[in-house]
Design a binder for this molecule. Sequence first.
Ligand code: URA
Length: 213
Amino acid sequence: MSQDFPNCTVVDHPLVKHKLTLMRRVETSTASFRALLQEISQLLAYEAMRDLKLREETIQTPLATMQAPVLEGKKLVLVAILRAGQGILDGMLQLVPSARIGHIGMYRDPETLMAVEYYYKVPGQLTDRDVIVCDPMLATGNSAVAALSRIKASKPGSLRFVCLLACPEGLANLREHHPDVHVYTAAIDERLNEHGYILPGLGDAGDRLFGTK
Ligand code: URA
């Protein structure tokens, strides 16, 4: 857990740190950025899913019968905040291919920096399901707050948020509105600039992921 932000776990691992540094570099290509985001997302997912519940099942190995642990309950739900959240979701899906998927389309009003929703499609029954919302950059936190509020209305069993980079302003905003939602990230950067970008950050995650700049 982060000392200043009890609602946040910074995944402290040399591979995470190394891959994040490669992603920050301005010269990193779109293809590398995309591959690295998938790799790092699996490491973040490993931590974010650490407390998923298990139950015992009787199975047959080639040599014996045994009681073995399997994930309990309904399938996990992964929700990407479009568009950059798709990059995290693709990585996580490699670990949990049977997860159900949701998408929330949000854009940031450039003047007010407030989140505006333009698309919402998540699995119908979220009750009793563990839900993980993904977006690489927790900047102002406005999109994350709006997305989490929308999902909470469907009463999920649990709700977590996974991002690649967070900043103090976004974490404080999330904590104020959703103190019950834990955040998993690779790093907490210094601050936001006046345009709502994280410093030192890595630039626009969507543009870097999709090569749109
Ligand atoms: N969104 C991004 O893609 N980058 C930032 O630094 C902040 C928000």
